[in-house]
Write a protein that binds this ligand. Structure first.
Ligand code: LLP
Length: 437
């Protein structure tokens, strides 16, 4: 990316993801490409990713963990598009997966199976078999019953499954309740006070090889404190497990680091890891191999979703801006009342209004932003910011809307990495009615 001249307009909208997204002469650019060029070429809604932003986010982790035996396993669920996975795999990452489908993607992206960890509370026997056959690096196991099933599946294949137990450390990640996972009331992990017994149990099963310990306390965490608390709890347990004669090769601290959607100030990955490594060293675990599973913090602010303003509608109480992207493309506002900045693609003279930005889907929950002050006219393009994580990967076909197209930008280069889904793509697997009424 070339350095940018200062923009002429001093009153620019707040734009997460700078400097990879920036205004140049009143126009929004992604690295060295104007967004309007991409919207014109590919239509809207359109996801645009900055590969530079992804790699810069990864470098912050790599700096933070430099000199340690550490594997960064990108959490595929955050954005599972093949070209995104390839970007991280080719930059040296392992991957964190939660389904057989994600495993297929990971392999297709060229990941070394030994650098893949398999998380999730509901792995099927079929998924376990698949993962064992390709030689997966580690299963993060979440219950006693899962240990039994995995032991059985591995034994049938004549293999030993490498396992780590996901421990629920019972710490409050202080994030949205739907994305908090490390509290006693959550479905995730094995309760801290049951974990030692579960380790003893696992160590006695011939189809399993205990290799590590794992935790993941939630997502969009914006402070270091919950991580430090979780680390203390996990290290207490690791000490007890090793004292029981069960050696641990690695410790996995999961993902969860938050990003700036609306002015949040999470620690940078290198700053967070400086603090965590200090604690690790103090507690005598400095030599242990580490794994982490970041998702959002690697891709969230590397993506925009471009949408066209279709209609302005002035109601008694509210003004609505109806756009062509919807909750099927960007489900986070509907699901978590999440905030995403929405900014014009071209800054131009327009009457300013306060709008609820909404999609065409037939649900009142289909909103992308509420009470947004925007200078906009129909036909304008808007960018929904921080759309790299948990947007395309959670998209759906609700209202028989095709999934959006995706492009990846690297400097001046552009690649279409996913074509817009057509209605033929959507009903390819459906069969017309044979049973006459
Ligand atoms: N590891 C495990 C076991 C996970 O469950 C998750 C995310 C991650 C790693 C990656 O976490 P991250 O670094 O991305 O925070 N759809 C929600 C987020 C759900 C997170 C689920 N688990 C959202 O849009 O906010």
């Amino acid at each position: 990316m070339t350095p940018q001249p200062a923009a002429a307009n001093t009153d620019l909208p707040r734009l997460p993801g700078q400097p990879f997204f920036h205004y140049r002469n009143q126009e929004l650019w992604v690295e060295d490409v104007p967004v309007s060029t991409l919207a014109r070429a590919h239509g809207t809604p359109l996801f645009i990713y900055s590969q530079g932003a992804m790699l810069a986010a990864l470098r912050a982790y790599q700096r933070g963990l430099a000199g340690r035996r550490a594997l960064i396993c990108y959490a595929v669920k955050a954005n599972s598009s093949l070209a995104v996975l390839q970007t991280f795999v080719q930059a040296g990452c392992g991957l964190d997966i939660v389904s057989g489908g994600e495993l297929s993607r990971a392999l297709r992206a060229g990941a070394d199976p030994r650098r893949i960890v398999f998380s999730g509370v509901g792995k099927t026997r079929q998924d376990m078999r698949f993962a064992l056959e390709v030689g997966i690096g580690c299963f993060n196991v979440e219950s006693r019953q899962e240990l039994d099933v995995l032991h059985e599946v591995a034994s049938t294949l004549g293999k030993r499954a490498p396992v780590s137990l996901r421990v629920n450390p019972d710490v409050d990640a202080r994030t949205h309740p739907y994305i908090s996972t490390g509290l006693k009331g959550n479905k995730f992990g094995i309760a801290h006070d049951q974990a030692l017994a579960a380790y003893r149990y696992a160590a006695g099963l011939s189809g399993l090889e205990v290799v590590g310990i794992d935790c993941h306390i939630g997502s969009q965490i914006t402070e270091a404190a919950p991580y430090l608390d979780a680390m203390d709890r996990i290290l207490d347990l690791a000490t007890a497990v090793e004292a029981a004669g069960i050696p641990l090769k690695h410790i996995d601290f999961g993902g969860g680091l938050g990003i700036d959607y609306q002015g949040e100030t999470p620690p940078s990955a290198d700053d967070l890891w400086a603090q965590l490594l200090r604690r690790l060293d103090e507690r005598g675990f400095g030599d242990k191999a580490l794994m982490i599973e970041p998702g959002r913090s690697l891709v969230g602010n590397a993506g925009l979703c471009i949408t066209e303003a279709l209609y302005l509608k002035h109601g008694d109480q509210k003004h609505f801006l109806i756009v062509d992207a919807a909750m099927n493309d960007l489900p986070r506002p509907a699901m978590y009342e999440a905030y995403h900045a929405i900014v014009p693609v071209t800054l131009q003279e327009r009457p300013t209004g306060v709008f609820d930005v909404v999609g065409p889907v037939c649900e009142s929950g289909d909103w992308l932003g509420r009470d947004r002050t925007l200078a906009v006219a129909t036909g304008d393009w808007l960018a929904v910011c921080s759309a790299g994580a948990y947007c395309m990967s959670m998209s759906s076909n609700y209202n028989t809307r095709g999934r959006a197209a995706e492009v990846l930008v690297a400097g001046e280069r552009v690649q279409l990495i996913r074509e817009r889904e057509t209605v033929d793509d959507q009903w390819r697997l459906e069969r017309p009615l044979d049973l006459k009424p």
